[in-house]
Design a protein around this ligand. Structure first.
Ligand code: HPA
Length: 255
């Protein structure tokens, strides 16, 4: 069913013709201070979508201007652990591509594995591996994996950040210390529960992709406190300004 909110949203997208979309993950909604909304729609009213069920994720698509530049803003996302298929999880990306977007900037909250990644630091994702479905490693084994979805020229604009590998796990529980040691051996710098599927879907649609992890905690067993979602949401605020600044730079590069 097409709702009035969706019709208004689509009208706003037509009028502004944004070429860039930004996805803000857990606890990162404050990053949008430079964004001026012109129309928005909750996920539940976007045809083919479902509402999000996670605290800290609002689940809205918005169109407006980031500083002066037309942009599509996706506030919150759906997760594998909410029981959705990869098709549903990447729905925002297909909607953005349908609406003319050419560049996607993904953000997430993540646990830091690399010793320099402490709460409040940012990591530019230069590659990822997924431990989401039975077939993820098999795809790699048979050579069907993509070359990295992350655009080198966008990574180059984030040169002040640690450029690392993101491990995407299903969640919803955090990892065990032993799992984190295993991920470290496999080359992961940060761990989270999102982003990889969206990045791959976007790259397959021909979009430019950049992704930034906001480190909210030391990964399990590497810090001094037990992990919990409330801590993640609080620490996600530590890097708001730096993240907003990085996104502003990525948005303003010519598409
Ligand atoms: N593990 C997985 N996902 C996360 C973490 C973590 O430590 N922190 C924030 N999201």
């Amino acid at each position: 069913m097409i709702t009035a909110a969706f019709t208004t949203f689509r009208g706003g997208v037509r009028a502004l013709a944004p070429k860039v979309a930004v996805v803000l993950g857990s606890g990162l909604s404050e990053v949008q201070a430079a964004f001026r909304e012109q129309a928005s729609v909750p996920f539940g009213e976007v045809p083919g979508f479902v509402p999000t069920s996670v605290h800290g994720h609002q689940g809205r698509m918005m169109v407006g201007r980031w500083a002066d530049i037309p942009a599509l803003l996706v506030l919150g996302r759906l997760h594998f652990y909410e029981g959705h298929t990869p098709e549903v999880l990447t729905g925002t990306i297909r909607v953005a591509a349908d609406m003319g977007v050419k560049r996607v900037i993904l953000t997430n909250a993540a646990g830091g594995i690399h010793p320099t990644l402490n709460p409040g630091s940012l990591m530019a994702i230069r590659g990822h591996f997924k431990l989401l479905t039975r077939d993820d490693w098999r795809h790699l084994a048979i050579g069907a994996g993509l070359a990295t979805p992350y655009a080198p020229h966008l990574l180059a604009t984030l040169s002040e950040l640690h450029q690392g590998i993101y491990a995407a796990l299903t969640g919803p529980s955090y990892e065990t210390p032993a799992e984190i040691r295993a991920l470290a051996v496999c080359g992961a710098d940060a761990v989270g529960m999102s982003t990889a599927l969206e990045a791959e879907a976007a790259a397959k649609l021909g979009l430019e992709v950049a992704a930034i992890s906001c480190i909210t905690n030391k990964a399990a067993g590497l810090g001094t406190t037990a992990l919990d979602h409330a801590e993640v949401l609080v620490n996600a605020k530590l890097a708001v300004q730096q993240l907003a600044q990085c996104i502003g730079r990525l948005i303003s590069l010519p598409v």
